[in-house]
Design a protein around this ligand. Structure first.
Ligand code: OGA
Ligand code: MN
Length: 290
């Protein structure tokens, strides 16, 4: 197995390994690399759906998806191809749902227990566009001056799916009941990584405002923090090829997808590894097919 770090503070490419038949050493190597680099690209891993799920489970129990379009609760379908095989209209419910991913975010931060990791697999990619970028929130934290850091410590943000998807108009895919299952939640603006002990900024598009601060003021602060954090040299970018899979640490990176010519299919499937602790979205092993 070969781990080739990027020349940035995040991102590495892992090659010469069969993800379906990992030795203990390789498994540990991947875990170490995940903690160090936060984003791991496995080019042309060509995993089947089963192998994708099995590899993801090595990172922890998986989250049940919000998406109603997949057969398996472990898989979120990020695809602009509708069930009838037609490419979705950009302004339809599906197009708007996907549009939300163009803004910097961390997966499931609108849930009480936010996601630990995500593993995104490319099945069909457009000729141009559709790259994904990740921004290093550890490096972004380190880049802040002491006064700003002290001001941010202890702040708590309200994260809300109704807020973030409402902004792009992409809430129509959810029923009233599903929306009610996703009430606004609280997360600290500064997180300490449980494995590395490093601090990072925890912001992104689902963060609506700050507890105890005027709503507009908090929103403006969050926007400024995200904008300043997501700048080079903290950005790692991946140009997708079918068969690639990328794993990232949602606790310390933000990500966003780039637009592509919307008449071209882009079909991606994602697993989401549940965050630690009591989590009503986690799929218990053995009941996944129930
Ligand atoms: C995701 C996501 C962006 C993309 O899979 O969680 O935000 O480029 N994807 O598809
Ligand atoms: Mn995402």
């Amino acid at each position: 197995m070969k781990v080739t770090p990027s020349d940035l503070t995040l991102g590495a490419t892992v090659s010469e390994v069969d993800l379906g038949a990992l030795s203990d050493d390789q498994s540990r190597g991947i875990e170490d690399a995940f903690h160090r680099h936060a984003v791991l690209v496995f080019p042309q891993a060509n995993l089947t759906e089963e192998a994708h799920i099995a590899f993801s489970r090595r990172f922890g129990p998986l989250e049940r998806t919000l998406s109603k379009r997949t057969e398996r609760p472990e898989i979120s379908l990020l695809s602009n191809v509708a069930k009838d095989g037609r490419v979705a209209e950009p302004d339809g419910a599906l197009g708007l749902f996907l549009k939300g991913n163009r803004d910097w975010h961390t997966d499931s931060s609108f849930k009480k227990v936010a996601a630990k990791a995500s593993l995104l697999r490319a099945l069909e990619v457009p000729d141009i566009g559709g790259d994904t970028e990740w921004a290093d929130m550890r490096a972004a934290w380190d880049a802040l001056d002491d006064v700003t850091q002290a001001r941010l410590e202890g702040l708590v943000a309200v994260h809300s799916y109704a807020y973030s998807q409402g902004k792009v108009g992409g809430i129509a895919l959810l029923t009233q009941k599903e929306r009610e299952a996703l009430p606004p939640v609280h997360h600290p603006v500064v997180r300490t990584h449980p494995a590395t002990g490093r601090k990072s900024l925890y912001v992104g598009r689902h963060a609506s405002h700050i507890v105890g601060m005027d709503e507009e003021e908090g929103r403006a602060l969050l926007a400024r923090l995200t904008e300043a954090a997501c700048q080079p040299p903290r950005i790692f970018r991946h140009r997708w090829h079918a068969g690639d899979i990328v794993a990232w640490d949602n606790r310390c990176v933000l990500h966003r997808g780039h637009p592509w010519p919307f008449d071209q299919p882009r079909v991606m499937r994602r697993t989401t590894v549940a965050g630690d602790g009591e989590n009503s979205w986690a799929i218990e092993r053995g009941t996944a097919h129930a």
